[in-house]
Design a protein. Structure first.
Length: 264
């Protein structure tokens, strides 16, 4: 039990430290990663599978994000048949599952979760909440591109470049904004950050892993564990849930502007 508690406390400290750096700056960060979390692999570039569990309304946006992120020199993405029921969006070891559904008026636009074993990502999920994308405010190509691109980016170990909605756009989907028009795709700084994250090689791989850790995130704060960091405007939260044996689920939540939410 003491080992699990120490592991949990260390993960919280690392994540909170990263978030504190992000919250104090209004410009592009030198480093925008989730601590040291990354997919283990023995060579670059590596190919990561994305399970397609989205409806036709999201197909083009998923395809765009796959093309955009595959421009990285260290990773390629390939779309495969989804491996989960759409609303549950259960994680599959060794890959990322991408889902959309009417999850309800729960206050969030998108969720990205990664299953962690040690410092290695073993699975990822992306959930897109059609309860809001079915409204006039968010039912636009710009919002759909931004959130799809951003949540997929999180599953590689990327964090945001900037979390102030009122700042000028940085031209990247990893930038929070009230106007997504010019923040629909990655920028060069995102690609450079991926090179930094994946500059070393591992002695084993978690990419394509069949047996391993995969925990689903759920749809509400009660499912996500303990909140470990928040943006100053309250529109972004990061949660950690410990599962024992050093395994964690980390969940990044993008809230709807103006929605009252609490940490259950």
């Amino acid at each position: 039990m003491m080992h699990i508690a120490r592991m949990f406390a260390l993960s919280i400290a690392v994540l909170a430290g990263c978030a504190e750096l992000d919250d104090t700056s209004s410009t592009s960060q030198e480093s925008h990663s989730w601590g040291s979390y990354h997919w283990a692999r023995t060579s670059n570039p590596f190919t990561l599978k994305l399970g397609d569990n989205v409806t036709s309304a999201w197909d083009s946006y998923l395809n765009t994000s796959i093309t955009d992120w595959s421009k990285s020199t260290v990773l390629d993405l390939t779309k495969v048949t989804g491996g989960t029921t759409v609303k549950r969006c259960a994680a599959t070891t060794g890959r990322v599952e991408v889902c959309n559904s009417t999850y309800g008026n729960k206050g969030w636009l998108g969720i990205a979760s990664i299953s962690i074993s040690g410092s290695h990502i073993t699975a990822g999920t992306v959930k897109l909440n059609d309860t809001y994308y079915n409204t006039a405010t968010y039912n636009t190509p710009a919002w759909r591109n931004l959130v799809m691109c951003q949540e997929i980016g999180h599953t590689f170990g990327l964090d945001h470049q900037d979390e102030n909605f009122s700042n000028a756009n940085l031209g990247t989907c990893m930038d929070y904004t009230n106007d997504p028009s010019s923040n629909q795709h990655p920028n060069q700084h995102d690609y450079d950050q991926l090179v930094s994250i994946y500059s070393h090689l591992d002695s084993s791989t978690t990419v394509g892993l069949v047996a391993g850790t995969a925990h689903e995130a759920g749809e509400s704060p009660a499912d996500w564990g303990q909140v470990v960091s928040s943006s100053q405007d309250g529109l972004r939260d990061m949660f950690v849930r410990a599962h024992g044996n050093g395994d964690l689920t980390i969940t990044h939540v993008l809230w709807v502007e103006g929605h009252e939410h609490g940490h259950e």
